[in-house]
Ligand binder design. Structure first.
Ligand code: NI
Length: 411
């Protein structure tokens, strides 16, 4: 690196870190990202990058049109924080009580702005357009924010999309990525079991919804082990049970709510069908009526082959061959980036953010504190990835991931 380049690199590093600290100190909850969007617009203004903002939610869509013709590549960062009281002790800790960037979306935004800064500096030679999607409401499962941007056409004309999540489970300076499923489909269900009340001394005169609920619960927990393909990875968990009116009354109603996480489309389709059969069994056996609300949430985050290879090449080049981890195990957590990958080719990767020797704090914990270098690595990777995608990604981005199906909606 020449002395001049080193200076430029140092300036980018400082600016990117400053953005991150600023975002971190001013977190906002899903759907309320007004100030965050303003800060992003300010940064893009300073860089001279044009942007658009939708009217009814807080996204910012920046765009750099290169000096040479070529395709459109999109890079995405999510913007929202979580309702947690921060306990990191950082000098730039949250100034908003009870709200914290505990998922590291501050890192994502700063890295994306850093990438924009790098790409703007080489705008004249860019063979195409880079679109920057600053997307709100990622934590607002099961709806998410991505479907809004898709609805409003911000993905139109995009040949490939890329994004990352800072990942405390991986060491700083490494990247976890592979083709195919990275993160789970995340669906949500609510079962209402309708019994009939009676004196507890005369259970024969009522229909006990609590008995129904315990039967249903036992059978639901057998779906993964007995009904799904043993090779499938899935979790079906009931998180709440509410029911009954009094200790000596046969319970007339119980409501169970839970989530279903799957990494393949076949299992995803099968689970609601299994739950329906279980409920039907209760109706036949015990005359218990019930209803099921099954809400499809985030789809499976499934990386496309061609774009995923570009990520691997970029990581090898920017961080070195040892930084690449393709042996990662997919997670059963969800990401609304999955909606984009259902529409256009692309890839999502995990960027290691835990420095060896530092205490470990996982995602969504009040002590979560990705190392600041993560921002720097993220901005370099995203910028290089965009250039590589513009230059190398053929019209046909490789095979679509298997089993891709139409998403969302309540069934
Ligand atoms: Ni997150």
């Amino acid at each position: 690196m020449t002395g001049q380049n080193e200076k430029a690199e140092e300036r980018i590093r400082e600016r990117t870190a400053a953005w991150r600290r600023d975002f971190h100190a001013h977190p906002e909850l899903s759907g309320e990202e007004r100030e965050t969007a303003r800060r992003i617009r300010l940064a893009l203004n300073e860089m001279g990058i044009p942007y658009r903002c939708p009217g009814d939610y807080y996204a910012v869509i920046g765009e750099i049109r290169g000096g040479r013709p070529g395709p459109v590549v999109a890079l995405r960062a999510d913007m929202d924080a979580l309702p947690l009281e921060e306990r990191t002790g950082l000098p730039f800790a949250s100034e908003t009580p009870g709200v914290m960037h505990a998922c590291g979306h501050d890192v994502h935004m700063a890295a994306l702005l850093g990438a924009a800064l790098r790409l703007q500096a080489r705008r004249e030679t860019l063979p195409g357009t880079v679109r920057f999607l600053f997307q709100p409401r990622e934590e607002l499962s099961p709806e998410g924010g991505a479907p809004l941007l898709i609805r409003d056409g911000y993905l139109d004309g995009v040949r490939a999309i890329f994004g990352f999540h800072q990942w405390p489970d991986l060491p700083l300076g490494t990247v976890g990525v592979h083709a195919g499923a990275m993160m789970a489909a995340s669906d949500r269900f609510k079962i209402t079991i309708h019994g009939h009340d009676a004196h507890a001394a005369h259970p024969d005169q009522g229909i006990d919804a609590i008995v129904g609920a315990t039967n249903v619960l036992q059978e639901i927990y057998q779906i993964v082990s007995r009904r799904l393909n043993p090779h499938a990875v899935a979790a079906v968990s009931v998180g709440t049970i509410r029911g009954g009116t009094r200790y000596n009354v046969v319970a007339p109603e119980v409501v169970l709510e839970g989530t279903c996480r799957t990494l393949d489309q076949e299992s995803r389709e099968k689970v609601p069908a299994c739950i329906r059969r279980i409920l039907e069994g209760q109706r036949v056996s015990y005359n218990l009526q019930s209803s099921l609300e099954y809400h499809r949430g985030y789809p499976i985050v499934r990386n496309w082959t061609g774009p995923e290879q570009l990520v691997e090449e970029t990581v090898r080049q920017v961080l070195g061959p040892g930084a690449l981890r393709t042996d990662i195990v997919p997670e059963l957590t969800g990401e609304d980036f999955a909606f984009y990958l259902e529409k256009v080719p692309g890839a999502f990767f995990w960027l290691g953010s835990h420095r060896a020797g530092e205490p470990f704090h996982g995602l969504h914990s009040a002590g979560m504190c990705p190392d600041e270098e993560t921002v720097h690595y993220g901005s370099r990777l995203l910028a290089d990835l965009a250039v590589r995608a513009l230059e190398e990604l053929p019209q046909d981005a490789g095979p679509a991931p298997e089993g891709l199906q139409a998403p969302s909606g309540t069934v």
